[in-house]
Write a protein that binds this ligand. Structure first.
Ligand code: GDP
Length: 357
């Protein structure tokens, strides 16, 4: 799927850069443009992608602190300028736009859902938002901000692909080591998903393409992605169990939003050397995903890659009623209560998607 990436805020810019690098290093060419937008000038300095400073008249390049309402306002005032930066590439090359942001901060938390709204007013192609949830050990303001941003983002974007900062952090990682590992994990998984159908080695009738991704995400709401791989045998018959076991590992222990298996629709992409893939294994794995998710809408496809490994990439869509999302909303609500600020804790009831803007 050919995409344009727009990172908003610090985490958004870093993850955008890491996605663009992965795509370039792998030679996929799915990323057709990458822009990092921020109200904090210093956070744009170390990035190699195109950058745009917004809100200079308001905050003079110093960022919005944790004020995501200000982040939303600044984006609203500067959306035209941001879109002008991208326009050529969005209208001529892209099949989707992916906005990337940490939901717990200020510029990205408020700005990303606002940008999704503005982009959707102008373009026909889907606008997805890759949103990063704060880990449990992050402060109350992050949780409150993310709770409001999450609800708004799920409403404004065509799909909100959630990554929980607790999902892929290694035990004993410092915060910065943790971010590096998580950002690498995001770029590998989301990068492979975007590349499905682009620049692949070889063609086949079961090869997955952009329309499968778009159709899987069509229902909107919250989505997640997971991945696992294992060494494959040269004989496809020996790989039936490997395909089912990597699929199980991806779905049960490696999703970007853990413990959220029930879904409205899903996509299972099996990547590997076409000579080694077993159709029986792929079909068995797909049926297993149907059973686990309770979804009758599970798409499947291959991603031919010259590799001795076989990998499963799982996308779940419509996971907003999962325990994990409700748990997070409770956390945000508790944090709002203990802060005693202006945010009404009832805003975090999962069933009414209002929120920030
Ligand atoms: P903004 O610049 O105001 O949009 O704020 P940030 O992007 O710094 O958002 C803060 C949130 O993003 C917090 O929940 C952080 O844990 C998270 N965050 C910051 N940097 C990174 C990063 O490099 N990777 C990941 N995964 N999360 C990050």
């Amino acid at each position: 799927m050919k995409v344009v990436l727009i990172g908003v805020g610090q985490a958004g810019g870093k993850v955008t850069q890491s996605l663009a690098e992965f795509d370039y290093d792998m030679g996929f060419n799915a990323v057709r443009g990458a822009l990092a937008v921020n109200s904090a000038e210093a956070d744009l300095h170390n990035l190699d992608v195109d950058t745009a400073l917004i809100g200079g008249d308001r905050v003079n390049g110093h960022g919005v602190g944790g004020d995501n309402e200000l982040g939303a306002q600044i984006m609203e005032e500067n959306a035209t300028e941001v879109l002008e930066n991208m326009d050529g590439r969005i209208s001529t090359e892209a099949e989707a736009v992916v906005i990337v942001a940490g939901l717990g901060g200020g510029t990205g938390s408020g700005g990303a859902p606002m940008l999704a709204r503005e982009l959707k007013r102008i373009y026909e192609i889907p606008v997805y938002l890759l949103g990063i949830l704060p880990g449990t050990d992050e402060g109350g303001l992050y949780q409150v901000n993310a709770g409001r941003s999450l609800k708004t983002a799920a409403r404004e974007a065509d799909s909100l692909l959630l990554v929980d900062n607790d999902a892929w952090r290694g035990a004993g990682d410092s915060v910065s080591e943790g971010f590096k590992r998580i950002n690498d994990a995001i770029s590998q998984r989301v990068g492979l998903l975007l590349a499905a159908g682009e620049g692949v080695d070889g063609v086949g009738e079961s090869v997955v393409d952009s329309s499968e991704i778009i159709n899987t995400l069509r229902g909107g709401g919250i989505s997640s992605v997971g991945y696992a791989s294992a060494q494959a045998s040269e004989d496809p018959a020996d790989n039936v169990n490997i395909i089912t076991s990597v699929t199980r590992n991806a779905l049960l222990t490696n999703m970007s939003l853990p413990d959220a298996v029930e879904a409205k629709s899903a996509l299972l992409v099996i990547a590997g050397d076409p000579e080694r893939l077993s159709r029986k294994g792929v079909e068995r794995a797909r049926r297993w995903v149907e059973d686990q998710t309770g979804s009758i809408e599970v798409r499947g496809g291959d991603f031919p890659l010259a590799s001795e490994k076989i990998a499963a990439l799982v996308v779940l869509s419509g996971v907003e009623q999962s325990g994990r999302v409700n748990q997070f909303m409770d956390r945000a609500s508790e944090a709002a209560k203990s802060q005693g600020g202006t945010v009404d804790p009832d805003e975090f009831d999962n069933d009414d998607l209002d929120g920030l803007i």
